[in-house]
Design a protein around this ligand. Structure first.
Ligand SMILES: Cc1cc2nc3c(=O)[nH]c(=O)nc-3n(C[C@H](O)[C@H](O)[C@H](O)COP(=O)(O)OP(=O)(O)OC[C@H]3O[C@@H](n4cnc5c(N)ncnc54)[C@H](O)[C@@H]3O)c2cc1C
Length: 475
């Protein structure tokens, strides 16, 4: 874990010019009063994300337009006050935690779906739109926005763009970055970068849209997003395939997918996940099952059924001991609810979850699960794994108590070794959560010294004074 207290300028200090009241007054000269909150209770609500790390901002601002975002950034740049963009606060790497104090810029009021264009098959949205709301809105028009992070009920499209979020459906459809056609963003210096293009392709100089996706609020604040849409598939089929060992399930992922069109989802849960779900009565599955895959197909009724049958056959050939189809809407909902309940259920094992979202080429998944098992034994720590296995993406959760310093240090050593292993397997330290604060110390393992240096130059070109989300990605 990166240390939230390591020094990174600039810092809003405790001097009177940077006190919450003073800051609120100065901002009040530029914005309507209801856009600003400086009370302790309100600031506490914007101090954390899903990592449970927290740091109190000096002020929270709720802009309602790109012009208001630009006002805040012009002011903060001139005063060298840190600004931390925030969407739903569901990030898993401390990206929206204001570790240097300053202003949290919450995009939650910029939450309009501006337009859904069925002809050009695109949507134009503000960054604070909650992902699941966009799903519902486009599906009501027979359209489909595939990126579906498991946090969709509370994360925002702006946060998804900033983190290049993916989800179960990415194995077939790709992630957020594959759907962003254009972006408007405010740069740390306060300039508004507008891209009104609605074309599905474009080769016009440096691709600043792609450049901004996945930069975790360190290069610009995304204020408007144009997203590509697809037709809504008519039918979805959902299978649960149980395997006698974790290794067999990991091997089956590559085997099941290799032989045909990619499934719409291919999610993996290991034996510890199954034990937790059984204990909580969330999944009815035989005791012989030590790992499961949830597989989905979609398309026309005929296609979804044919592909599901072929996948079931391939899983049986790969050693599945049970293949079951969820036939009713309730059964399908129940399976996904169990999968989504995992994130919370894990706290039964220990109070602190170090959740790493490593990714390897699909064919190396068996090596990764073997390595994770080896780490659990070597460091004598419970490690629970699940994830979007169809993409080789595994959430490796090292369960520990942060208050137990000795065990926490062991967990950190295990995590470092995990990262070295995935890079050796030609994977990546992050498949979807990003680097933020908690992985910044490990980015050099993957990016190398030259890669880090180029990233520093890019950061300096966008943010010469280092005011936007300091201390994230680059230490
Ligand atoms: C239970 C749970 C399940 C999850 N499942 C998944 C999953 O399946 N796939 C996945 O990819 N992630 C997953 N996540 C992680 C998280 O939900 C995603 O990273 C999500 O994209 C974060 O969106 P947010 O709106 O909550 O952003 P926040 O957490 O508020 O911010 C995340 C980062 O984006 C920046 N940011 C936010 N808005 C903007 C903006 N408008 N402009 C510029 N920067 C901005 C912030 O500064 C920060 O660095 C999960 C998290 C939880 C808690």
């Amino acid at each position: 874990m990166g240390d939230p207290s390591s020094p990174t300028p600039p810092r809003a200090g405790p001097s009177p010019e940077h006190s919450p009241d003073h800051l609120a007054r100065r901002l009040g000269e530029r914005l309507p009063a209801d856009r600003i909150a400086a009370g302790k209770a309100e600031r506490l609500c914007y101090a954390y994300d899903a990592t449970q790390l927290n740091a109190l901002p000096d002020c929270v601002v709720f802009p309602e337009s790109a012009q208001e975002v630009a006002e805040v950034l012009r002011f903060s740049n001139a005063q060298r006050i840190p600004v931390v963009p925030r969407g739903g606060g569901t990030g898993f790497v401390g990206g929206s935690v204001p570790i240097r104090g300053g202003i949290v810029l919450s995009l939650e009021r910029m939450n309009r779906i501006v337009e859904i264009d069925a002809g050009d098959m695109l949507a134009v949205v503000e960054p604070g739109v909650v992902t699941a709301e966009l799903h519902r809105a486009v599906e009501a028009k027979g359209l489909f926005y595939p990126p579906d992070p498991s946090s969709a009920a509370s994360c925002t499209i702006g946060g998804n763009v900033a983190c290049a979020a993916t989800g179960p459906r990415s194995v077939k459809y790709g992630g957020t970055k594959d759907y962003v056609l254009a972006l408007d963003a405010v740069l740390p210096t306060g300039e508004l970068l507008e891209n009104p293009s609605r074309a599905v392709k474009r080769v016009a100089g440096y691709d600043l849209t792609r450049m901004l996706v996945g930069t975790e609020g360190t290069l610009g604040v995304v204020t408007r997003i144009t997203l590509r849409l697809l037709p809504l598939p008519a039918e979805v089929r959902t299978l649960l395939c149980a395997f006698p060992t974790v290794e067999a399930a990991a091997r089956a992922v590559a085997g099941a997918i290799a032989g045909g069109p990619p499934p719409r989802a291919c999610e993996f849960m290991d034996h510890r996940c199954l034990d937790l779900l059984r204990e909580q009565g969330n999944l009815d599955i035989s005791r012989d099952a030590r790992a499961v895959l949830i597989l989905e197909t979609d398309g026309s009724a005929e296609t979804a059924e044919r592909e599901a049958a072929a996948l079931a056959d391939r899983c049986r050939k790969e050693g599945a001991i049970e293949v079951r189809e969820a036939r009713t809407k309730d059964e399908v909902r129940g399976l996904w609810a169990a999968r989504k309940a995992l994130s919370q259920a894990m706290y039964e094992v220990a109070p602190t979850k170090i959740n790493e979202d490593v990714v390897v080429p699909r064919s190396r998944l068996p090596d990764l699960v073997a390595a994770v098992d080896g780490l659990a034994r070597k460091y004598d720590l419970p490690i629970v794994s699940f994830g979007h296995a169809g993409e080789g993406n595994l959430h490796v959760n090292v369960m520990v108590d942060r208050a137990d310093a000795a065990r926490y240090a062991k967990a950190e050593a295990a995590v470092k070794e995990l990262f070295e292993t995935v890079v050796a397997l030609k994977g990546s330290v992050s498949g979807e959560h990003g680097i933020g604060l908690t992985k910044a110390a490990y980015l050099p393992i993957e990016a190398g010294a030259a890669g880090i240096e180029v990233m520093r130059r890019i950061k300096a070109a966008f943010d010469p004074l280092g005011v936007l989300n300091p201390g994230k990605i680059l230490l």
